[in-house]
Structure formats: C-alpha cells, structure tokens
Design a protein around this ligand. Structure first.
Ligand code: PEP
Ligand code: MN
Length: 355
C-alpha cells in the first residue's frame, strides 16, 4: 500500500502517519512523486486495511498494491483451483456441464428431466428446493422433500447434485443432501450465509450479485475462502441494465478478466442472463469461447408447464444439440468437455435422428 499525501500535508501530519505505520510493524519510507509526498510501507508486517489510514489528516489517496481478496487472487495462488465432485471435474482446463430444472417441482418432473440428462452424459444435476422468488406468492420450492427427490435422483443416475441454500439455518440440512451448494444472486452479499457455507465442506457455486462489481464478487468469495473452504466457483449469471430486452446482460468480458484475477473456476449461466431459451445456446458457447470452466443451464422436459423459469428452459433435445456443438468447440480450443462419453455418443445420435 502507498499513501499519497495532500499537497497541504504538514510535517506534523506526516510524522503522525509515520508513527501509525511503525505501530503496525512496518518502517515508513517517505518520498516524493508528481510534487506530492508519498509514503510506502517497508517490511513484512500483517495485511493492512486501507481504512486505518483513510481518515488520518494529510492523507489524500491510498493505493493498494495487492488486491483485498488475498486468498482468491491469482497472485497468491497461481495454479487453477480444481474441484472434484462425484466423477466430475470443475476447473483446470475442462468444461464442466451442470443442467436441470429451475425448481424441483415433484418427483415425476425431476426424474423425467434427470433421466434425459443422464442419458446425455451430464454428470451434475441442478434443481432448486429452496427458491428465492421475487414475489412471496410465487412457488417457493419443496424444501426438504425437494432435497429428498434430488437425493433419490442421485441414487438412480449417479449424477452429483447442485442446489441453492437460502438461509444460514438451512446450511446443515442442504449440505447433508447436496454435493455442491449454490449461493444465489440475491444472497451474494449475505455475509453470515457466506461464512456459514465457508465453514462446511461442500463446494460452493457463488453467483454474481445482479448489481455487483467484479471486486465485490471476489470479496464475497473471500468470505467463503477465509472460513477454510477452498472449493469455490464463481458463476456469471447476468447483471442489471437499462435494457429489458433480455433478463440481464451476460458479462462475457468478466470471464477472461476473472481468469486473470483469480484461480477459482468460472461458470457461465446463460439461462438467467438471457431469460429466453433460444438465446441460451449461443451465449453458452460464447462463455466457453471466453474461457469459462463450465456452464449451468436450466432444462425442463415440459417448459410450458414449469413452475419457474419455463421461458428460459431448454428441452433435453436442445441440450443434446448444444453438447454436440460444445464438443466441437472445446476440441477446437484444445479443452475437454466433462460429460460422460457414452452420453456424447447418445447426444450425437439424437441430433442425427432429429436432423
Ligand atoms: C436459480 O439458479 O434458479 C436462481 C434463482 O438463480 P439466480 O440466483 O442467478 O437468480
Ligand atoms: Mn431459475
């Protein structure tokens, strides 16, 4: 960290700033640049919060030299974080593929879509049992009985399960059933919830807050990491804009930016970003082309009957076509698509027979 002092800073103020730096275990180094006094910290002391200096008389600007998200930063941990869940691998060059309904609505609906996805080789099933709905009158999810359905589907198909946890009190329950815990966009800055999922062992998919900056998002990940859970992935799911033509704006540039800033895997969610099923596949491919480590996509066997997010849900046959395209795309990029091989052959067959 470097402090740039005000042009008006007095010798007494500079001395007080230097005393504060010494009290933290560093030696102050006073110099000048662009007609300003600048003070840097020499030595290896503890990490320092800029706030400790922001109100000191004479301080104009604080220039951090290291990002505040120490554990999430690529500088602190150059190698990619690789997360293994069941027989799926997330991060480290592969493209992971998670798919399933927005909500677990009932056993038959979940089994139908899960069987179709398992047949396509999908290794990770998504499905919400605790739903964060904008209106309190909308379907809120089946809660524990939804988790029981997901566990039964895992038993039957071998797929790993990702599902959202909404509240601190539900963390032990959801972690008892799920393989990956999802933190939704509305909870990205629910710090007690982040700490709670950081203190348990399941991997966490952290969605970007719909109005969160990349730095706020990485600091939210830092809350989880700092509790000891290193298995965190970041999910771009669209941010708010002035334009209502699509549900959100998929921030494709955030993907290569995050790959530079952090070692954590980055997942694209084109379903919530676009809100329209026919925009999902092109944006999914854009995410992979931009370097995403995986995708999470909403799928329903009967989107017209879905209790939530039917308009953005793909039918399984469209997933088959998407997987075929993704196999070509990942091969061109020299990457692997983490879907069971048998499923890829089935996907190709069903595309061929639909053509
Ligand atoms: C979801 O995944 O169904 C969901 C509610 O997502 P988000 O938090 O991105 O809105
Ligand atoms: Mn949804």
């Amino acid at each position: 960290m470097i402090l740039v002092l005000k042009a008006s800073a007095t010798a007494r103020e500079i001395a007080a700033i230097c005393d504060r730096i010494r009290s933290l275990g560093f030696a102050p180094a006073v110099g000048s640049a662009a007609e300003r006094v600048v003070v840097s910290f020499v030595g290896a002391g503890p990490a320092i919060e800029p706030d400790l200096f922001s109100a000191l008389p004479g301080v104009d600007k604080i220039l951090p030299l290291r990002p505040a998200y120490r554990l999430a930063s690529r500088a602190a941990h150059p190698a990619d974080t690789v997360i293994r869940v069941g027989d799926a691998t997330i991060g480290g060059g592969n493209v992971a593929f998670m798919a399933g309904p927005c909500s677990v609505e009932n056993r038959a609906q979940t089994l139908e879509v899960a069987d179709a996805l398992a047949g396509l080789g999908v290794k990770i099933l998504r499905g919400g049992a605790f739903k964060p709905r904008t209106s309190p009158y909308s379907f809120q999810g089946l809660h524990e009985s939804g988790l029981e359905i997901l566990a039964a589907v895992r038993e039957r198909t071998g797929m790993a399960i990702i599902t959202e946890v909404l509240a601190v009190a539900d963390v032990p329950l959801v972690a008892a059933y799920a393989d990956i815990l999802q933190i939704g966009t509305r909870n990205m800055q629910n710090y007690p919830l982040l700490a709670a999922v950081g203190a348990q062992a399941r991997p966490v998919l952290l969605k970007r807050g719909m109005s969160a900056t990349v730095e706020e998002w990485l600091l939210a990940a830092e809350y989880i990491l700092s509790q000891g859970n290193g298995n965190v992935m970041l999910c771009e799911r669209g941010i708010r804009s002035f334009d209502k033509a699509t549900r959100g704006v998929f921030d494709v540039s955030a993907i290569p930016l995050l790959k530079k800033l952090t070692h954590l895997p980055v997942i694209g969610d084109p379903s919530h970003a676009t809100g329209h099923w026919d925009l999902v596949a092109p944006v999914a491919k854009a995410a992979v082309a931009a370097g995403a480590d995986g995708l999470i996509i909403e799928v329903h066997a009967h989107p017209d009957q879905a209790l939530s997010d039917g308009a953005q849900s793909l039918r399984p046959a469209r997933v088959a076509a998407l997987l075929t395209d993704l196999r070509r795309l990942t091969a061109a990029l020299d990457r692997g698509l983490d879907v069971r091989d048998m499923g890829l052959r089935l996907a190709e067959r069903s595309v061929a027979s639909a053509a």
